[in-house]
Ligand binder design. Structure first.
Ligand code: ADP
Ligand code: MG
Length: 317
């Protein structure tokens, strides 16, 4: 099988699904049409074997997660996903593996009507880089920079579940098969909060997606917004499996500095929360703290004592 056959078989979809794709895979480049009233939002993420996923991760999950981590970045901007490009390095052509990667990738992309419009295929150590393109009405994108003193801080979903699943996969903690089955999807099949991102567009003052741990990512918001924050540890949405297996302080550490959550963290004025809740159907969001004057990120426990957490977050280098 040569490169062209490989692309045709695993990455080219039968017919273009989107009317804004003038020309998809097959020429030297794709031709795409951005709606006149929209800004184009572009993001890219790489998954490297052994660094961003354990070596034994299934091809389906690698494809699925490559799409979801990028969709999560678009969600954090309040963007509607549209197109993808894929750069893939493979040590060899393994058709069974490629079929599963492709199935995982398109399972995730199809959920949001995203069309794969091009890419690049090379020989090398296993690495998958996906670029996603989405739209947001002009000047309506959600930024890290708008948090205001007094705003509430919210997160979606649960924090620390993926980090616990990684510990289990690495045999650092022993879980029952039932427990593992419950938490593994958080690591291998994260779900980007696209609908929430769209709902937040006109309501949130700032937004970020949590990929490297709440503490590290919330600090980006604080730095860009020129504010501080206090987070109530007892309010963090933590899966009961964490608290059953770990001391409370360790649970907080995982929730605050474990990576791979792919939830949204956003700030919102009190006055907009009712409106937001009316728009959200079935999306779990939890208030976890407040934006304050200053520049520090403080953590407070249920007894109202300030707590120092060894909160570093995922370090890329
Ligand atoms: P070129 O040599 O001109 O860069 P290629 O032979 O690399 O073109 O690619 C041919 C076509 O296949 C292009 O449309 C390119 O975008 C697409 N393509 C290549 N690799 C991938 C991939 N992994 N996924 C999706 N499309 C791909
Ligand atoms: Mg060319």
């Amino acid at each position: 099988m040569n490169e062209i056959e490989l692309i045709k078989k695993y990455f080219m979809q039968e017919n273009s699904q989107r009317s804004d794709v003038m020309l998809g895979i097959g020429d030297d480049a794709a031709i795409l049409r951005v709606p006149v009233d929209q800004d184009l939002v572009v993001t890219m993420d790489t998954l490297n074997a052994g660094i961003h996923f354990p070596e034994n991760t299934t091809a389906f999950d690698i494809g699925y997660k490559a799409a979801m981590v990028n969709l999560s970045d678009l969600a954090a901007m309040g963007a509607q996903p549209a197109w993808a490009t894929l750069s893939i390095s493979l040590p060899e052509i393994n058709e069974a593996w490629l079929a599963e990667l492709s199935r995982g990738l398109f399972t995730a992309l199809d959920k949001y009507d995203v069309e794969l419009v091009g890419g690049d295929t090379n020989r090398g150590s296993l690495s998958v880089t996906l670029q996603l393109h989405g739209f947001v009405p002009k000047n309506k994108a959600l930024l890290r920079s708008g948090a205001q003193v007094g705003d509430s801080i919210y997160v979606s979903g649960e924090l620390g579940t993926a980090a616990l699943a990684l510990q289990a996969v690495q045999a650092k903690i022993n879980l029952s098969n039932t427990e593992l089955a419950e938490i593994l999807p958080a690591l291998n099949r994260p779900e980007a909060q696209v609908a929430l991102g769209l709902a937040l567009r006109d309501l949130a003052s700032s937004c970020i997606d949590i990929s490297d741990g709440l503490s590290k990512d919330l600090k980006h918001v604080l730095a860009k917004s020129g504010v501080g924050a206090i987070v109530e540890l007892a309010q963090l949405p933590i899966n009961p499996i964490l608290t059953q297996h770990l001391p409370l302080l360790d649970c907080y550490c995982l929730a605050v500095s474990g990576g791979d959550d792919y939830q949204l963290c956003f700030t919102i004025p009190e006055s907009r929360i009712t409106e937001l809740k009316q728009q959200l159907r079935g999306v779990a969001i939890t208030p976890i703290g407040k934006i304050m004057a200053g520049s520090e990120l403080l953590f407070r426990n249920a007894a109202c004592e300030m707590v120092e957490l060894a909160a570093t977050g995922f370090q890329h280098f």
